[in-house]
Design a protein around this ligand. Structure first.
Ligand code: R5P
Length: 301
């Protein structure tokens, strides 16, 4: 934890987040806490040093108690630097992008951003943006989006993504496919050697009608990669998870690489009953990765 704390402080310094903006509201980052008063003044120097160090690490522990969420927040603060007044923005869902929407709302309130039109890619993000007073629009009114910002579940070395483990991928693909720049923010746990390489779900949206038939066709398609297809369910009763657009999700789990992603994408989309899949191939223009050692910005071009 100690090392992580020290590295975390470095990250805050790199993105220029001041002590005042640290989520706990505590006002120290890197400042040694002051002495307590007479009693401590009279204590032997080594004792004061030990107490000082202990207090420092206690504060640091409080600051970094939600370490992973901090990394997401740091990446979110960085990505908002790409936002300019007058832009049409694609606003993604998920725990990382949520911080971006919060920050944009804050900058609008402070008058540091103006004339933003947000296009949310999920109902939840729509509600969040509304509650923050972010003006909203859609692709009908703005078929070209200046910038989309979103999280991802996997990022491969070519900046191909897997998305949709949180349930959103169709509206995301529509909005992010219509944007000039698509900036993705992730923490380093999302980096994989190849798409599907985390061993976790690659989601496919399917219509409800005869979903078992569609699931078995999907599984057969990737038999050589050891694919297992599972319906996404919710709660103890294992009710099917229903998406914003009333579809089901079939999660595909691979034991090995599925090879050519474009070919895999075409084969999936050719199956009648499939609505869309969670591979975002060649779409991200920039990926910002937040890790314990700092921020790493990867550009596609
Ligand atoms: O379905 C959800 C979206 O595709 C999210 O962008 C993705 O799941 C990443 O979410 P998070 O930032 O919460 O890890």
């Amino acid at each position: 934890m100690t090392a992580a704390v020290i590295r975390g402080v470095k990250i805050f310094q790199e993105v220029g987040i001041s002590a005042g903006t640290a989520p706990s509201g505590a006002s120290m980052v890197g400042n040694f806490p002051p002495g307590d008063g007479d009693e401590e003044q009279n204590s032997p120097a080594p004792f004061r040093v030990i107490v000082g160090i202990a207090v420092y690490y206690l504060f640091s522990l409080l600051l970094f108690i939600e370490d992973e969420d901090h990394l997401k927040k740091i990446a979110a603060y960085k990505v908002v630097e790409y936002v300019e007044s007058g832009m049409v923005l694609g606003l993604g869902p998920g725990s990382t992008a949520k911080h971006v929407v919060d920050r944009i709302g804050e900058l609008l309130r402070q008058g540091k951003l103006k004339d933003i039109d947000g296009i949310p890619t999920s109902k939840k993000t729509h509600e969040q943006a509304l509650s923050l007073g972010i003006p909203l629009s859609d692709l009908n009114s703005h078929p070209v989006v200046d910038l989309a910002i979103d999280g991802a579940d996997e990022v491969d070395p070519y900046l191909n993504l897997v998305k949709g483990r949180g349930g959103s991928l169709l509206r995301e693909k529509m909005v992010e496919g219509a944007c000039k720049k698509f900036v993705v923010i992730v923490d380093e746990s999302k980096l994989v050697n190849y798409t599907g390489g985390s061993g976790l779900a690659m989601p496919v949206k399917v219509i409800q009608f005869c979903w078992k038939f569609t699931a078995s066709r999907l599984q057969n398609l990737f038999q050589e990669s050891g694919c297992v297809a599972k319906l996404r369910t919710l709660g103890e009763k294992a009710e099917p998870y229903v998406t914003d657009n009333g579809n089901y999700i079939i999660d595909l789990y691979f034991k090995q690489s599925i090879g050519d992603l474009k070919a895999a994408s075409d084969s999936i989309l050719q199956i009648a009953g499939v609505v869309e899949h969670g591979m975002f191939i060649d779409m991200a223009t920039t990926v910002i990765v937040a890790g314990e050692l700092g921020l790493n910005v990867k550009n596609k071009y």
